[in-house]
Design a protein around this ligand. Structure first.
Ligand code: IPM
Ligand code: MN
Length: 352
């Protein structure tokens, strides 16, 4: 009997539904070839639903989502909803409540993709950022006093627990081993200023490193790493860092791999339900125009299959995407691909 994976699909806002449709198209094609099945269940969480019902996430959402093998998410964010409501109420809430403590962000320049770095090509840009995804400044610890007065005080603290830091670092070592590329793991921190938080990170990093003698370890301050991403991206194999730094450096990573049109990520709970998404956002101005690039969502679908241990199928999706970037599309930018959104999905299917 063939295996069936239960997938929760959250198309979300803006161009989310269009890119998710292409991701599903590719998933259906590869599953038919590889002989596994997908049982899809759609959820309408997002800005439209919030504006219609006033509810960001129904109470049942988290327990419903927990029942699936994985979650495939389009984009969250709506021009008519104040920033923060949907991001915190949907995306961050799911990351926290489903304890998706890893944010995995491959940064890989595919052939044919324009790179803004002079003289750098696909051989130079191929690394993965392992971002802690449930703690740090994102934990929401802190508060405000005397709001709106001249004496206002705002405190937003970074929470770093030994358990949270250690499980993230362990995941990164394991990932580095499994990836088996340069066998090098870099801790990205700020030990020269954040002498409490990154002291914990640094001590934990070197303690855990003793269990992985085959992995070379390195350290870089976060400000320096932004320089090296631009000047020497080939130095990196796997990078592990906290939530906030990871958020920032992965956007820089997305730009050096060709932009948001190609960047995908996974919110991973190795023991639970993980969620895969293109990281580009909802791009409302392109909504419904069949112009947006679906490759990031298709890559996210590939990451999801790799996570579900349909490794060959996941890799096949990536290979097909690489053929498209190399030969078929003119640019990754919306409206400049030389093809519509759905045509790009068809091309990926054809090249599988
Ligand atoms: C990301 C996004 C989110 C984050 C936002 C939308 C809350 O920027 O996934 O990187 O800050 O984590
Ligand atoms: Mn971000």
């Amino acid at each position: 009997m063939s295996k069936t994976y239960s997938i929760a699909v959250i198309p979300g806002d803006g161009t989310g539904p269009e890119v998710v449709a292409e991701g599903i198209k590719v998933l259906n094609a590869i599953s038919a070839k590889a002989g596994f099945k997908l049982a899809l269940k759609y959820y309408d969480f997002g800005g439209e639903r919030y504006l219609r019902t006033g509810e960001v996430l129904p109470d049942s959402a988290v327990s419903d989502l927990r029942k699936h093998d994985a979650i495939f998410l389009g984009a969250i964010g709506h021009p008519d909803v104040k920033p923060g409501i949907l991001e915190k109420g949907i995306l961050l809430r799911l990351r926290f409540e489903l304890d998706q403590y890893i944010n995995l962000r491959p940064v890989k320049l595919y052939p044919g993709v324009d790179c803004p770095l002079k003289g750098k090509g696909p051989a130079d840009i191929d690394f993965v950022v392992v971002r802690e995804n449930t703690e740090g400044i994102y934990a929401g610890a802190g508060g405000v006093l005397k709001k709106g007065t001249p004496d206002e005080v705002a405190v937003q603290e970074s929470i770093n627990t030994r358990k949270g830091v250690e499980r993230c670092i362990r995941y990164a070592f394991e990932y580095c081993k499994k990836r088996n590329k340069d066998m090098k793991l870099t801790l990205c921190g700020k030990t020269n200023v954040l002498t409490f938080a990154f002291d914990l990170w640094e001590r934990t990093f070197y303690e855990v490193a003793k269990e992985y003698p085959d992995v070379k370890v390195d350290y870089a301050h976060v400000d320096a790493i932004t320089m090296w991403f631009v000047k020497n991206p080939e130095w990196f194999d796997v990078i592990v860092t906290d939530n906030m730094f990871g958020d920032i450096i992965t956007d820089l990573g997305a730009m050096i791999q060709g932009g948001m049109g190609i960047a995908a990520g996974g919110n991973i709970n190795p023991e639970g339900v993980s969620m895969f998404e293109p990281i580009g956002g909802s791009a409302p101005k392109y909504k419904g125009k069949n112009m947006i690039n679906p490759l990031a969502a298709i890559c996210a679908a590939g990451l999801m299959l790799e996570h579900l241990e349909e490794t060959e199928s996941g890799k096949a999706i990536e290979k097909s995407v690489m053929k498209i970037t190399e030969k078929e599309i003119k640019s990754l930018a919306a409206g400049q691909m030389g093809h519509t959104t759905s045509e790009v999905g068809d091309l990926v299917v054809k090249n599988l």
